[in-house]
Design a protein around this ligand. Structure first.
Ligand code: PLP
Length: 375
């Protein structure tokens, strides 16, 4: 794809904001939102405004501790969304080549297009469990390549990229002088210190100064704290500084109430982790039972996380999504938003009763669609 497709908008985000809602919503990808009465709000010392500067020190300290990166490598950002934008904009000039996984979370592609980068794709194939092949990526890298863009877990499939694969990609990128941006917003859901967080992998390979990895993440998906907009970027110190400077173009100061609430969230992260783990322990068996019963769906089943991306075997998928939405008041994310129109994404991070009801409706709709049940 070239700069000719520059659209300055995200078709997926528009759909998510305007059309994803339904009585039975299986379209959201994160853990359900934390309500105010569940939040450990501490009024003492709370302020509306703070003196400006590059990062709110108490939050910088929490982000560094949480990620294990040095504070000089941590850039606070407005959600993973802004983190992704800053990371790509700091590395890419118009006309630079960027390799982006396919299928991909729409805005990752759309930001690169907005920056007028030349986009090449790295296939993640259904047939191979949406895995990544470092040798295939190495072959796609040219002298023009500046950046490789991946997600871990992968959105939409939920596939986990192993530490071994990340190391192989990182070493190849380092040799080629290319950065690797990994959106790890779903990786927080492994709730495991030993998860393949790639910034630490890069540090063991190259030290902080030459780390080829750039990481983006937030408290949104794994903890149900989207409203805090608590995102971050991890990058080698010189690159991190460029991102702070670039961020000056977008905002004078951060929303200080959100910064302070993010500090409170980090100080009680175990509570949110436990909440998410309990919810997923209840919800995953319901998803498994649904998938076990559906011979009309082919599905790669990821080891953890909140999303799956099954493939519909019979019929016209768009007709099926219309039936599901209109007659059964249930939403999933149609696969065309991920360039795989026969697939759809189901999210299981919602409340358990809602998930059960939504999957029951999905089953009845599938039966009707495949003629197993009278319309
Ligand atoms: C891969 C990926 N990155 C980023 C985001 C947005 O994250 P945030 O809410 O932290 O901006 C999403 C949301 O769906 C996502 O799937």
């Amino acid at each position: 794809m070239s700069a000719a497709v520059r659209t300055k908008r995200s078709i997926y985000m528009e759909w998510a904001k305007l059309h994803a809602h339904a009585k039975f919503n299986l379209a959201t990808s994160g853990i359900m939102g934390v309500a105010l009465d569940e939040f450990p709000f501490e009024m003492k010392g709370f302020e509306v405004t703070a003196a400006g500067g590059y990062g709110y020190e108490p939050l910088q300290e929490r982000l560094a501790r949480h990620t294990g990166a040095g504070e000089e490598c941590v850039v606070a950002a407005t959600g993973t969304s802004m983190a992704n934008h800053l990371a790509m904009a700091a590395v890419l000039e118009a006309g630079d080549e960027v390799l982006i996984e396919q299928p991909v979370y729409g805005p990752l592609l759309e930001v690169a297009e907005y920056l007028e980068a030349r986009v090449k794709r790295i296939p993640r194939r259904f047939e191979s469990g949406f895995g990544l092949d470092p040798a295939e990526i190495a072959k796609a890298v040219t002298r023009e390549t500046r950046l490789i863009v991946l997600s871990n877990f992968h959105n939409p499939s939920g596939a986990l990229v192993s530490a071994e694969t990340l190391r192989a990609v990182g070493e190849m990128a380092q040799r080629a002088g290319v950065h690797v941006l990994v959106d790890e917003v779903y990786l927080e859901m492994l709730f495991d210190q030993a998860a393949p967080f790639c910034f630490a992998i890069g540090e063991t390979m190259a030290g902080a100064e030459d780390n080829p990895f750039i990481v983006t993440s937030s408290l949104t998906k794994g903890y149900g704290l989207s409203g805090l907009r608590c995102g971050w970027i991890l990058a080698a110190p010189a690159l991190a500084k460029r991102m702070w400077e670039l961020n000056d173009l977008y905002g004078a100061v951060a929303a200080h109430p959100a910064e302070q609430m993010s500090v409170m969230a980090f100080d009680h992260l175990d509570k949110f982790r436990e909440r998410a783990r309990t919810l997923l322990n209840a919800n995953r068996p319901i998803l498994d039972a649904f998938l076990d019963a559906r011979s009309d769906l082919e599905c790669f089943r990821p080891p953890a996380g909140t999303v799956v991306f099954p493939r519909l075997t019979p019929g016209d998928p768009e007709k099926f999504f219309a039936l599901l939405r209109e007659k059964y008041e249930t939403s999933v994310v149609p696969g065309h938003f991920f360039e795989m129109p026969r697939h759809f994404r189901i999210g299981i991070g919602g409340d358990t009763a809602g998930l059960r009801a939504g999957l029951e409706r999905l089953s009845v709709a599938l039966d009707e669609f495949s003629g197993r049940r009278a319309a």
